[in-house]
Design a protein around this ligand. Structure first.
Ligand code: AMP
Ligand code: MG
Length: 234
C-alpha cells in the first residue's frame, strides 16, 4: 500500500474530512499485529535520519496537528522516537506568551525551525493561527483570512532554502475523542493530560473541521504537503 498516495492531500484539492475513515487500520486488527510493520518503518525513519545528521547539510520539518487527544504526544514518543534524539528538536506550541504575541504570528515558529542536519518536530504549529484563532475569533477575520497565503510564502521560503517539510493531521472522530478523555480521567497516571478546556472545545467540533479543511486544502503544496492520517487506532 502506498501511504503517501493514500493519505497525501493533492495540492489544490478540496478536503472533505468526513470522507476520511478515522477508524482505518489497513489489515491490522491489533497493535500487536501491526508491530512488525511498525518496526520496519521505524528503521526506515532511523537510518536516513542518522545519515542526514552525519551529512549536516539539509533540514527536515515535521508539523503535527490534530485535536485534543488525537495522539500528537504519543506519535512523537513512539513513532518519531525511533530517531536519534541528538538530531531532533521537539517544540510544543501553546497559547502565545506576551512576548510571542507582541510579534508577527510566524515569529515564534521560525525561531524553532530546524538547524542543518536536524529534524524539527512541531507539536502544534503555525496552523494554530488559522485554526484555534479562527474558531474563537482571537483575531479579526480580515487578519486570519490572509494567513493561509502568508503560511504558503513562509513554507516556500523555508523549502527554497533547503528545508523538507511534512505536515500531518491526526484525524480522529468525536466518539474516539470522548473515549480517550474518559481514559484520561479514569487512569491517574494520565490525569495530567486532561483539562476543562478539552471538553470546552467539543461543541466547536464542526467549526474546527471547517477550519482544518480550509487550511489543509489551501496549504497542501508540492514543497510542503499535508497528510491526513486516520488515527482512531494508534
Ligand atoms: P496542548 O497542546 O493540549 O498542551 O494545548 C495547547 C493549547 O494551546 C491548545 O488549546 C491550543 O489550541 C493552544 N494554542 C496553540 N497555539 C495557539 C495560538 N497561536 N493561539 C491561541 N492558542 C493556541
Ligand atoms: Mg490538550
Amino acid at each position: 500500500m502506498n501511504y503517501v498516495k493514500q493519505f497525501g492531500v493533492k495540492p489544490g484539492s478540496k478536503v472533505d474530512l468526513a470522507k476520511v475513515a478515522a477508524s482505518f487500520s489497513k489489515v491490522h486488527e491489533s497493535h500487536e499485529h501491526a508491530l512488525p510493520e511498525i518496526e520496519q518503518y521505524s528503521q526506515k525513519l532511523h537510518d536516513p535520519q542518522y545519515l542526514m545528521y552525519a551529512e549536516d547539510k539539509r533540514w527536515l520539518l515535521i508539523c503535527l496537528q490534530g485535536r485534543d487527544a488525537a495522539g500528537k504526544d504519543g506519535t512523537i514518543n513512539r513513532v518519531l522516537g525511533a530517531m536519534n534524539p541528538q538530531g531532533c528538536t521537539v517544540t510544543g506550541f501553546k497559547v502565545p506568551s506576551k512576548d510571542e504575541a507582541d510579534h508577527d504570528f510566524l515569529w515564534r515558529y521560525h525561531r524553532q525551525t530546524s538547524a542543518k542536519g536536524q529534524v524539527a518536530i512541531f507539536n502544534r504549529s503555525h496552523y494554530e493561527d488559522v485554526l484555534v484563532v479562527r474558531v474563537h475569533d482571537l483575531v479579526p477575520k480580515e487578519v486570519w483570512s490572509k494567513r493561509s497565503a502568508q503560511i504558503n510564502d513562509f513554507e516556500k521560503t523555508l523549502a527554497d532554502n533547503g528545508t523538507h517539510i511534512l505536515k500531518f493531521d491526526l484525524h480522529i472522530d468525536p466518539e474516539e475523542q470522548l473515549e480517550r478523555f474518559k481514559q484520561r480521567i479514569d487512569d491517574p497516571a494520565r490525569h495530567w493530560k486532561i483539562s476543562d478546556g478539552d471538553y470546552a472545545e467539543r461543541p466547536f467540533w464542526d467549526v474546527y473541521t471547517q477550519a482544518f479543511e480550509d487550511a489543509i486544502g489551501k496549504c497542501s503544496t508540492e514543497h510542503a504537503p499535508w497528510f491526513v492520517i486516520p488515527s482512531n487506532h494508534k
